[in-house]
Design a protein around this ligand. Structure first.
Ligand code: PLP
Length: 457
């Protein structure tokens, strides 16, 4: 799609200066501050980024799975520059052309009658507001959220999160009840196949609704394809089944498309693949590839009507920020013009999926390959029969060493991987070319030798 220019920055001194100031003054996310050494980045283009020492990396992480349109798309940059020259900021209480058009375009893409958009600065705030809307709309308090999920790190969003990132923030917001979603490879239901997994996961969810009291439950929230916690693609009937349960019990169905939306799954929204219409969709990341912070909630007519004559009790100074909205408008238009969703779908079907399956034939440590679009995982194991993970759940320090070694083997060969627990996720930009994917998979092929060394099966 794009040709990548030669690495430009080799100014190691400049890189060192940035590193020094970073270490002195920047407080980083999720990290023991004294134990990290963030790599100074000099630039990026398309599917690559590079450091100040002349090392270039093929981005198989899309940063935090958000740069769906690729790095430094020139038309997206121009749109931001143009908007900056016109109107950089205006309070949410006014109407604004970029905001109106972004909301119109996003509503047009969303399924069913989800026709209104509340803009936020990112995914966590989107989920906070979705819960607030669901609670006020139903007059109920509880929210059912899945184990193996991530919904953000603000107070409510971390309470919804079903992974170890929640633990240090406990006790959290009350009213969250947890359930297991489907995951055939490591079934919580001892299911033999996808269809049994689906049936049992839905029965389990129904049982939880029954014993919690349906009249106390405001919402069920889920990632339609679970992202960081494993690229868990649901069995065929699962999402329609959850929709039916929500309908039966008057529960708001919130779908968190922060990671799965805007092309990542080879669809505009992951739910499109199963023809499911939720009541609220939360989005962020791929909506404008994070060129300017943006997120939001797409709202059904029925829930929006709740706030026709009753004020919605939530807001943000930067809700519907013109720079962010102009970049969303431009990004959606570029997606249409360049067939980016279709590219993501075809890459998954014709290139990534087949090539990862071929890798699995060669490497015993690959326990399972799963995914769709540009959203894939290799689950690494030490034994295919027992499915024992390459590293234990939530491993740190020496226990996590095999995965660190694997990631380093990728980086030293020019590939920036996304790793989580015992998995590597293959999540490049939706604009990546087939040749770039092949380049990355060749590197994974070499790096997997590291994982194979630990194989005991
Ligand atoms: N929801 C999902 C599914 C995510 O993957 C993330 C971030 O990774 C979030 C919510 C939180 O988004 P943000 O970091 O923009 O607050």
């Amino acid at each position: 799609m794009k040709t990548v220019t030669a690495v430009t920055g080799t100014d190691a001194e400049n890189g060192e200066d940035i590193r020094r100031k970073d270490r002195a003054h920047v407080f980083h996310s999720w990290s023991a501050q004294a134990q990290i050494d963030p790599l100074p980045i000099a630039g990026a283009l398309g599917s690559y980024f590079w450091d100040y020492d002349g090392n270039r990396y093929l981005d198989f992480s899309s940063q935090l799975v958000n740069v769906n349109i690729g790095h430094q798309h020139p038309k997206l940059i121009s749109a931001i520059q143009e908007q900056a020259g016109k109107l950089t900021t205006i309070a949410p209480l006014f109407a604004n052309d970029a905001r109106s058009e972004a909301a119109r375009l996003i509503s047009e893409l969303a399924p069913g009658d989800l026709n209104k958009v509340f803009f936020t600065n990112g995914g966590a705030e989107a989920n906070e507001n979705a819960i607030r809307m669901a609670r006020l709309h139903t007059g109920r308090a509880k929210v059912l959220a899945a184990y193996r999920s991530y919904h953000g790190s603000t107070a409510g969003a971390i309470a919804l999160t079903g992974d170890p990132r929640r633990w240090p923030s406990e006790p959290t917001m009350s009213g969250v009840v947890r359930y297991w979603g489907p995951y055939s490879y490591r079934s919580a239901f001892h299911a033999a196949d996808d269809s049994e997994e689906c049936e049992r996961a839905l029965t389990h969810l129904r049982d939880i609704i029954t014993v919690e009291g349906p009249h106390t439950i405001a919402a069920i929230i889920l990632e339609p394809v679970v992202g960081t916690n494993g690229i868990l693609v649901p069995p065929e009937n699962y999402l329609p089944g959850v929709r039916a349960l929500c309908d039966e019990f008057g529960i708001v169905f919130i779908v968190d498309e922060v990671m799965s939306g805007f092309g990542r799954c080879g669809e505009w929204f992951a739910v499109d693949r199963w023809n499911v219409t939720p009541d609220l969709i939360t989005f962020a990341k791929g909506s404008n590839s994070g060129y300017v912070p943006l997120g939001g909630v797409i709202i059904s007519e029925e829930i929006a009507r709740t706030f026709d004559d009753r004020p919605y009790p939530g807001g943000l100074t930067y809700s519907g920020h013109p720079l962010a909205c102009a970049s969303a408008v431009a990004s959606i238009n570029i997606f249409h013009e360049e067939g980016i969703v279709e590219n993501a779908r075809a890459l998954g079907r014709d290139v990534i999926g087949p090539q990862l399956r071929a890798l699995a034939e060669r490497h015993p440590s690959v326990g399972e390959v799963r995914g769709l679009g540009v959203f894939w995982a290799l689950e690494l194991v030490v034994d295919r029969k027992t499915r024992q993970p390459l590293v234990p759940f939530n491993a740190t320090g020496a226990a996590a060493a095999p995965m660190v070694e694997f990631a380093n083997a990728c980086k030293s060969r020019g590939l920036w991987p996304f790793t989580h627990f015992n998995r590597t996720h293959i999540v490049p930009p939706c604009t990546t070319t087939a040749d770039e994917v092949r380049e990355g998979i060749d590197i994974l092929d070499e790096a997997l030798a590291v994982a194979d060394k630990h194989y005991t099966g």
